[in-house]
Design a protein around this ligand. Sequence first.
Ligand code: ZN
Length: 409
Amino acid sequence: MADTLIPVNLDDSPATNENVHNRWHPDIPIAVWVDPGDEFRIETYDWTGGQIANDDDAADVRDVELEQVHYLSGPIGVRGAQPGDLLVVDLLDIGAKNDSLWGFNGFFSRQNGGGFLTDYFPEAQKSIWDFHGMFTTSRHVPGVRYAGLIHPGLIGCLPDRAMLETWNAREKALFETNPQRVPPLAALPTAQAAHMGRLTGDAGTAAAAEAARTVPPREHGGNCDIKDLSRGSKVYFPVYVDGAGLSAGDLHFSQGDGEITFCGAIEMAGWLHLKVGLIRDGVAKYGIRNPVFRPSPITPAYDDYLIFEGISVDEHGKQHYLDVHVAYRQACLNAIEYLKKFGYSGAQAYAILGTAPVQGHISGVVDIPNACATLWIPNEIFDWDLMPAADGPVRHLDGSIDVPLAPDR
Ligand code: ZN
């Protein structure tokens, strides 16, 4: 078996682990070095570093300290990697830690960043998902079971100084267009709860004050939350610093396209089995600006979908111009209303859209004035048939209909 180069102990605070960090900055020292061609394992905390418990109380989701996230394992240095190279990363396998065979899905309260549908679900809530080998079920969301499409929500290489400054300048400019907004338009650098790996003391504090937060996806990849970047994928990352400095974390057992609940997918602690390689000057050779990847040859074989359409006319009847964000929200709201007819609460339906292997597609963006987005729900994940029928939706969830999804009050 490949050596575990970065172990994590879930009983210890991630802040005490010098092979973990929660910011992007070129001065974060390489934690471990490998050679091109090496195979190895790393372990990761869940993205919050253990702030969320396996229980029925969402107070921890409500009170989560978001300045701590995301805890990433790395940076891994690859000998010989130079700026302009492509770092080739094979995600040979990914799994949950044996002492932590569960994950969580949460909705943040609006004050804490909310989610895609925060106007409808403004309170913190959570559901716990248990892992049964490759499958998952939840005591909070009955009647549904599916295979995991396990992936790192967050993976990428360290930025160089020029890229860091570009990120900070453009995100600050956006933030300042409406600095009072809740949730904010961007998560700007803050030294609060920053963990800079092996960069400690005054240098660490100074770097933390300008280090990029891990919240958005950027040119290096980062927090892309792409469910299809799963175990078995091969990813090509732009390299900006000597040694590349690859870090990963925020593992998801499963996620629907869009990660619409924001906290997010089925979040878990786990491990990655990786192999790395280099393509010299690959960034220029292939015209790469953002990462590219080949997906896994093994994915859950769901092919019987009920597909919900949404257009860029919002829920108040307002016409928007080719707005895919509005259109996808309508597709999601339409699906939630449909699932409620089978006995789910709105929160349970929302949790299914955030966690199950549902697909989201941009179906049309040229037919003025309406964009069309579609949300694909696999029929096979339910204990019954999801399709419309002449005798109407039979309420399948007697007894559980009124069970709320671990509310915070
Ligand atoms: Zn996540």
